[in-house]
Design a protein around this ligand. Structure first.
Ligand code: MN
Length: 641
């Protein structure tokens, strides 16, 4: 954009704009930077003009645009705060000052430099949030034009952008800037991953074109038939967004719900719900995927309805429904609320996240400490850890060591005997911290145990383990019989301990029914430890002493009050009864008792009492018994009234 085009654009939305001053700012920038060139070989002036142009999109007021034009003058040219103040006034000069790095720090290391600048940026933005906006636009243009830098510089800039600027843009609700910064950062941090993903996306976009058209027509029809004014847009997930999802969904494109997205923008709030109803009439809704951010907005204030549906052809679509006002706020974030009256306050101090930052700053020892704390704070839902080769993984916060193993695939996850975190042995339930170096001790055979399901907190961990157990439900005969004769051991609070063996709860970790537990065999008794118990590490090398145990929760599981009485007839044989019990345990019914009432050479008849959750559960159980090998018949004995 040429300076005059830029000024005309500002004039259109900021009626108070001092056009003369804007013109002078452009000329001043040109004069100050006239003998400077960018690394790309272009005139330096290109840069401040581009930064200003980005901000015109967000309708930043004239003073803010002037600051954008002048943002590098005090830092890189003979211009001073005083001269800018004399020419353009205190407000503009203060903005430019806030965007100027502190020179005294330039002799220090890159890290300290970065930390000091970050702290300065936050302090300045507290007074005037426009500073942060110009800074983000500045970073965006620099990232767009990284082209000829060395690979290591690109990588460094990519990481810095991802760690600092992306979350800041997100907090300001600047959706487009955030998205573009994120993709540019990803591209520079991981060029081959980026290439791979963009190719897959392109392929998908080509394949889905007809589909996108058809869905758009369908949605337009809904609006027309219901006499609702509005419009439809569609999108394909961004490269970084897709990459991150693939990371957490085991590279399975089919399990990602929102690769194809549609947005219906209507006038009135009530219309949103009408459209939702109509959409669900045409497409089958995927259960659990409806989010009503209209009645319960996100922390950032974001409002919209989200639903995922499945087309008759089996394609998953994410559909967002919102009003124009919500759309504008989602697109422009903080900028959606600006007015151009004189004396408008742009202070950032009232923003909740800014308050949190200032609080963090108070608690920090120095700028570096603050930057580190802020980074962690901004990524509070994410966690970064390294595997033993030093490869960086990003996990949801709260992830355990076992979760991390699941992120490395089943070859690691199912064979974990123990874990070493930062040179120290820890239980698999150890909650990981940022920067942890994690190494797993692996067995050569699979040691995964069902109780592990309680030791993972991430979707990735859950699905890997559940997938494994779904295919490998082989109960050990011992625990099977224990379940069969639960009555015998009913007074025991722990299941899995051989019936003739005493057990006691460890006095160090005092496991409670909320803890996931493990038994350790010790001279004729079993000691029950919490999976978190630090003592466990003494047994890591003695796997033969470990016993899989669980709390006897039979009493707390909500089953129907009365047991169901079944009569089952099977062909007499050594494995027949086992087959029946196995089939029942797969459906997770609770077996109360098994009583053989008739045994002949050919057939055996038994009364079996089970507890189920509801009628569907009972029907599942009956189907499972019928399908079991050697079963002749099964029927339910109704209680006599
Ligand atoms: Mn700049």
């Amino acid at each position: 954009m040429r300076p005059d085009e830029l000024i005309n654009a500002v004039k259109r939305y900021d009626k108070n704009a001092d056009v003369e001053a804007l013109r002078r700012a452009a000329v001043f920038a040109q004069k100050m930077h006239h003998d400077q060139w960018r690394e790309t070989g272009e005139k330096y002036l290109i840069h401040p003009l581009a930064v200003a142009e980005i901000l015109v999109e967000y309708k930043l007021d004239a003073n803010g645009i002037m600051a954008a034009l002048l943002h590098d003058t005090v830092e890189d040219t003979p211009a001073s705060y005083e001269s800018v103040k004399t020419l353009f006034g205190k407000e503009v000069a203060d903005l430019v000052q806030g965007l100027t790095k502190l020179e005294s720090y330039q002799l220090q290391s890159i890290n300290t430099d970065q930390a000091e600048n970050f702290q300065t940026l936050i302090l300045a933005s507290r007074k005037d949030v426009r500073i942060l906006l110009v800074k983000l636009a500045d970073r965006l243009h620099n990232m767009r034009t990284l082209g000829i830098c060395s690979d290591s510089k690109k990588r460094r800039k990519g990481i810095e952008t991802m760690e600092i600027y992306v979350p800041l843009a997100e907090r300001l609700g600047l959706h487009q800037i955030k998205l573009e910064l994120e993709n540019l950062a990803f591209q520079n941090m991981n060029p081959s991953g980026y290439k791979n993903i963009t190719e897959r996306l392109k392929e998908m976009a080509d394949k889905q074109q007809a589909n996108i058209k058809a869905v758009t027509v369908q949605l337009e029809k809904i609006l027309k038939e219901n006499k609702i004014k509005g419009y439809i847009t569609s999108r394909i997930k961004s490269p970084y967004g897709l990459w991150r999802k693939l990371q957490t969904h085991g590279n399975n494109l089919k399990s990602i719900f929102d690769v194809l997205g549609f947005r219906v923008v209507v006038e009135k709030r009530a219309d949103c719900y009408r459209v939702l109803g109509a959409v669900h009439e045409i497409y089958k809704a995927v259960p659990g995927r409806l989010k009503d951010y209209i009645s319960t907005p996100k922390d950032s204030g974001y409002q919209s309805l989200h639903t995922t549906v499945i087309t008759p052809k089996g394609t998953l679509l994410e559909i967002q429904i919102r009003t124009e006002q919500m759309e504008e706020e989602a697109q422009f974030g903080i900028a959606a609320h600006w007015s151009y009256k004189q004396g408008t306050k742009y202070d950032g101090a009232h923003l909740p996240w800014m308050k949190e930052f200032l609080e963090l700053m108070k608690q920090s020892k120095n700028a570096t400490d603050f930057l580190n704390k802020a980074k962690l704070h901004m990524y509070e839902d994410k966690l970064f850890c390294f595997d033993e080769k030093g490869v960086l993984y990003s996990l949801p916060k709260g992830a355990t060591a076992l979760d991390f193993a699941c992120y490395q695939g089943s070859k690691v996850a199912l064979k974990c005997l123990g874990v070493i975190v930062n040179e120290e042995e820890q239980p698999l339930t150890h909650v990981l911290q940022d920067g942890d170096k994690v190494k797993f001790l692996l067995s050569d055979k699979i040691v995964a145990d069902k109780s592990w399901l309680k030791m993972v907190t991430t979707a990735q961990g859950q699905s890997l383990l559940e997938g494994y157990f779904a295919e490998n439900i082989e109960e050990k005969p011992l625990s099977l019989w224990q379940k069969l004769f639960a009555k015998k051991t009913k007074n025991r609070e722990v299941l899995g301990v051989p019936a003739d063996m005493p057990y006691e709860l460890d006095t160090l970790c005092h496991p409670t029914s909320k803890d996931s537990i493990v038994g350790i065999l010790e001279n004729n008794k079993v000691v029950i430890h919490s999976r978190n118990c630090p003592e466990l590490k003494n047994y890591l090398s003695q796997k033969n002493k470990w016993l899989s145990v669980e709390w006897n929760t039979a009493a707390v599981i909500k089953h129907l009050k009365k047991p169901v009485n079944l009569v089952i007839v099977w062909k007499t044989g050594p494995e027949s009864m086992g087959n029946v019990v196995n089939a029942l345990s797969k459906t997770k019914v609770k077996i109360e008792s098994v009583e053989v009432v008739l045994q002949e050479t050919k057939k055996t008849k038994a009364n079996v009492n089970i507890r189920v959750r509801n009628k569907d559960h009972l029907l599942d159980a009956l189907d499972a018994i019928r399908a079991a090998e050697k079963v002749v018949s099964v029927y339910q004995v109704k209680e006599e009234k």
